[in-house]
Write a protein that binds this ligand. Structure first.
Ligand code: GDP
Ligand code: MG
Length: 441
């Protein structure tokens, strides 16, 4: 992650007085790699770096921070600004029905997102919503929206076989007006590739429906393809916003930066899963830290300090760093994690531990897992706890039996202990937990 990379640069920058061009350029090389790894389109990354470099060189370094801290602050501020700065909601204050037209390629998540937004408008804003599918290319498409409508308790326009998109749009508008709906959502057809007939259809529907919002739905995992799609749509359809789907899983969020830059339109929502409630408002600062891979270190430290005294945490970090972190310490950490709302939450906030969290989540890192691991440590002898390297096959079997679990689980715990030691050594190199938080301002 960027935080790991910048560690080296910070070591060099720490304790010096001002931001020189050489300092900034060195840091920017690392930022550039982080952006590309997060799937930001190359020209967008270049522009971004250029902006930040100009702003950073010669910038005054506030007394209370180091040059390194200053660079990180500028990078993350600029990234947040480029992502739109503020969260932007839908603008639906027109005379009803306010039409929302959903456009995008086939498979981008249009139909699912239509239902998700409709659900949100109904449950959160108390709106009366009608949905209509204009997708006459795929036989099952209209039926798919109807089924989703039942799930989210939002009515759909009755299906009339053989009707063309523009006619369906007209009929939907008529129904929405007559029946007093606040919002009409039009789920349009997609194609596998952008082509002229598709654009012509979008334009024709747009002329009839006069949408208050035209949202481009793009798949965050498709990288450069998503950028090309956005470019084509932007040139031909007046978009008002973007929805990024599949921001669950592996998406690092770089597509968000590219989308914003290419369309010039705000990203309004992100899709975070297949379920109908997996839709979040787009939060620029959160996505910025996701792109930079920094995690929410500040809130980690805040949360941690509610449970552990700061000195205690420093003592622990020092132990980690020296490799003295034993099973007694791990047990104490696990117990604290339980208090802090689970391992997943904690690890997600720690820089560089994202991968570990993914592993832990795969392994089912929840309260049960925490409790099981504490039980395993309890079954160890004091000697084994302070010297985990003693744990051979025979001892592992005894411990597993004692804790009512398997040797496999015992091995997992030992592996986790090792990985935590390694991760904490890295953090120590950056000045410890407190130092790291300070560095981020
Ligand atoms: P459309 O062809 O653009 O209408 O796409 P669909 O709405 O039919 O979605 C295609 C597939 O993507 C479906 O299997 C959806 O469940 C899935 N999908 C849509 N949005 C998301 C998302 O945010 N995350 C994940 N993981 N899957 C999604
Ligand atoms: Mg569809």
């Amino acid at each position: 992650s960027l935080s790991d990379r910048l560690g080296g640069v910070f070591d060099k920058l720490r304790g010096r007085g001002a931001l020189t061009e050489a300092d900034v350029r060195a840091a920017m090389r690392e930022v550039r790699i982080a952006l590309l790894e997060a799937d930001v389109a190359l020209p967008v990354a270049k522009d971004f770096i250029e902006n930040v470099t100009q702003r950073a060189i010669g910038a005054e370094v506030t007394k209370s921070v180091t040059p390194g801290q200053q660079v990180v602050k500028i990078v993350s501020d600029e990234l947040t600004a480029m992502l739109g700065g503020e969260q932007e909601d839908l603008h639906l204050s027109v005379s009803p029905p306010a039409v929302i037209m959903m456009v995008g390629l086939q498979g981008s998540g249009k139909t699912t997102t239509t239902a998700k937004i409709a659900r949100r408008l109904r449950t959160k804003d108390g709106k009366k919503v009608l949905m209509a599918s204009l997708d006459v290319n795929r036989p099952a498409a209209q039926e798919q929206l109807r089924v989703l409508g039942e799930q989210v308790e939002v009515p759909t326009l009755p299906i009339v076989e053989g009707q063309q998109p523009v006619d369906i749009a007209r009929r939907a508008l008529q129904s929405a007006k007559l029946q007093g709906f606040d919002v009409l959502m039009l789920d349009t057809a997609g194609r596998l590739h952008v082509d002229q007939p598709l654009m012509a259809e979008m334009q024709a529907v747009g002329e009839v429906a006069r949408p208050a919002e035209t949202l481009l739905v793009v798949d965050a995992l498709t990288g450069q393809d998503a950028v090309n799609v956005a470019t084509s749509f932007t040139q031909q359809v007046p978009l008002s916003g973007v929805v990024l789907t599949r921001m669950d899983g592996d998406a690092r969020g770089g597509a968000a930066l590219s989308m914003r830059a290419v369309t010039g339109r705000p990203i309004k929502f992100i899709g975070t899963g297949e379920k109908v409630d997996a839709l979040d408002a787009f939060d620029p600062s959160r996505v910025a830290s996701r792109i930079l891979g920094m995690g929410d270190v500040v809130s980690l430290v805040e949360k941690a300090s509610q449970v552990v005294e700061a000195e205690e945490a420093e003592k622990m970090a020092a132990k980690f760093a020296k490799g003295e972190f034993d099973m007694n310490d791990l047990r104490q950490q696990l117990t604290q994690m339980q208090k802090m709302g689970g391992m997943g939450a904690l690890m997600g906030m720690m820089p560089g531990l994202g991968k570990m969290r993914a592993q832990a989540e795969k392994a089912g890192a929840d309260d049960t897992m925490l409790r099981r691991n504490v039980a395993i440590i309890n079954s160890m002898t004091p000697k084994e706890r302070s010297r985990p390297q003693l744990l051979n096959a025979k001892r592992k079997i005894r411990i597993a039996n004692g804790a009512g679990t398997t040797v496999q689980e015992v091995n997992k715990l030992i592996k986790m202990h090792k990985e935590m030691s390694t991760a904490m050594k890295k953090i120590k190199k950056m000045g410890g937990l407190k130092g790291f938080a300070k560095m981020l301002g």
